[in-house]
Design a protein around this ligand. Structure first.
Ligand code: NAD
Length: 498
């Protein structure tokens, strides 16, 4: 049977190259479980060649004036916007996310970051600083690019992750070898071609395909100066461990089990909408999901009632239908993982199943083989349950009741993870007090999930290291060089006489 897309090769030195391994894997449409394309797997020699292309391109790119780099990134952002729907269509087929989502969020929020950093460097954002020390001496600090960097992507926001990493990396004057997730690799070559069309010199952005072994070889390669990784905590620990031994810079964007605290005075309608967005958007496959929903015991009945009234607004169905706002999970293996957590919640944790479960949502016959899971809510959960403690990364909400806000905050923080957190309340003082106490790097008040280019995002505790986006995000892609200049004409020496 002919596949939907031609095979994907590797991309380096400004063009595609067949992989020398002779090996391929297939990427699968999660809505129908049918293969979409053969993806060629990079051999060690191919990865070496992609890194060598990045090394050759680095001296000229890092010395290109910031304003000239900015022009190319701006051009790439406009090409992405012009081709938004075409790229979003591929993302929908590859990742299983509804087109209503990929066409309005995935490409757009990636292009936003590209534009943000183009504006930032074009406006002198990477200028260093000068400090007058004395009348005849000063220090200047320059920001220098790092070299060839590795970008490793997860499957949940494929092109957005590729752009969040490459935008800051390239803006700062580095070159990159990017490896997309083996579950959603289709965007990578398209992005590389757009960069080339925008005028990016050959070798500045390169792509290799493959699974964890390809990622491990790439990230531990001695010529890689920095690793920017998005994925699970356990994988991040391995990658950061190997990078640390070689003194590579790292940014780690890892998993979470984030708390959402609804205060007794919260607007019920907003709180329910926030909890729905924090659990069911993107079929729950968002790293910052607020999966532990803390609700005052006094609000149990109205909260659950309103939640159940809104569950029918989650519409699974054909992914290109403009009514569909809920897709399948991204792969069979992930569907099995999420279903096993739901089963565990029912059978072992013995949480109360408010809705959902292990069945499939109501989808047309031709989609029944897809990796669908029902939006699921467990209530009366306790902190020791496995479904409450571990990241499920699917559409599974756990409701936990509490008696005092202080108790909710303390329970919310009782985890090794610290990616995101949020609070719903009408009391301004309470909002700031609670947010201040929550141990997480990304927090929201009376909303959930928005992550604009201006907002530096990254996890606390085991959820990560460093941040992406915003002014802080680009600092992770440069190293500082401080120079002290002394003009007094003589060196202050302790060795001038006997
Ligand atoms: P994963 O850790 O399984 O894989 C992520 C990437 O790492 C893939 O490209 C994979 O091929 C690669 N990889 C696997 N083993 C490797 C190794 N030893 N060395 C180098 N690379 C290796 O994660 P996933 O299942 O693709 O993604 C889901 C996870 O990502 C969730 O935990 C989610 O919370 C997290 N995530 C975090 C953020 C964030 O910004 N914090 C954003 C999106 C996703």
């Amino acid at each position: 049977m002919a596949l939907t897309f031609p095979p994907r090769e590797l991309y380096y030195n400004g063009q595609t190259h067949p992989a020398s391994s002779g090996k391929t894997f297939q990427t699968i449409n999660p809505a129908t479980a049918t293969p979409l394309a053969d993806i060629q797997i990079a051999s060690h020699a191919d990865i070496d060649a992609a890194i060598a292309a990045g090394e050759r391109a680095f001296p000229a790119w890092s010395q290109t004036p910031a304003i000239a780099r900015a022009r190319i990134l701006h051009k790439a952002a406009s090409l992405l916007r012009e081709r938004n729907d075409e790229i979003a269509r591929v993302e929908t087929l590859d990742s299983g996310k509804a087109f209503t989502e990929t066409s309005t969020v995935d490409v757009v929020t990636g292009a936003d970051v590209l534009e943000y950093y183009a504006n930032f460097i074009g406006g002198g954002g990477l200028n260093g600083e000068t400090t007058q020390l004395r009348e005849d001496a000063w220090v200047y600090t320059k920001k220098a690019a790092l070299g060839v960097c590795a970008g490793i992507g997860a499957w949940n926001y494929p092109i957005q992750i590729a752009l969040w990493k490459s935008a800051a990396c390239l803006a700062a004057g580095n070159t990159m070898v990017y490896k997309p997730s083996e579950f959603t690799p289709l965007h990578a070559q398209t992005l590389a071609q757009i960069y080339t069309e925008a005028g990016l010199p050959a070798g500045v952005f390169n792509v290799v395909n493959g699974a964890g072994d390809v990622g491990a070889y790439l990230t531990s390669h001695p010529s890689i100066a920095k690793v920017s990784f998005t994925g699970q905590v356990s994988t991040g620990q391995k990658v950061a461990g190997s990078a640390a031994g070689n003194m590579k810079y790292v940014t780690m964007e890892l998993g979470g089990k984030s708390p959402l605290i609804i205060c007794p005075d919260a607007d019920l309608e907003s709180a329910v909408d926030g909890a729905m967005m924090a659990n069911f958007y993107s079929t729950g496959q968002v790293c910052t999901n607020g999966t532990r929903v803390f609700v005052p015991r006094s609000l149990k009945t109205p909260f659950e009632k309103r939640l159940l009234e809104k569950i029918p607004f989650i519409r699974a169905g054909p992914l290109f239908d403009d009514q569909t706002n809920f897709g399948p999970l991204s792969s069979k293996v992930h569907q099995e993982k999420v279903l096993s957590y739901i089963r565990h919640g029912i059978e072992s944790d013995k949480a109360t199943l408010l809705c959902g479960g292990t069945g499939k949502p109501d989808v047309p016959k031709d989609l029944l083989d897809g990796f669908w899971v029902k939006p699921t809510i467990f209530t009366d959960c306790t902190d020791d349950m496995r479904i409450v403690k571990e990241e499920i990364f699917g559409p599974v909400m756990s409701i936990l009741y509490y008696d005092t806000v202080d108790e909710a905050v303390q329970r919310a923080n009782a985890t090794e993870l610290g990616l995101a957190a949020g609070v719903f309340t009408k009391d301004l003082n309470q909002a700031h007090r609670v947010i201040d106490q929550l141990q997480a790097g990304i927090t929201w008040v009376n909303t959930w999930g928005e992550s604009p280019a201006e907002m530096a995002v990254g996890g606390w505790k085991k959820s990560g290291l460093g941040v992406e986006n915003g002014r802080r995000g680009i600092e992770a892609w440069v190293q500082n060089k401080s120079t002290l200049v002394d003009m007094c004409g003589s060196v202050a020496t302790v060795f001038a006489k006997l």
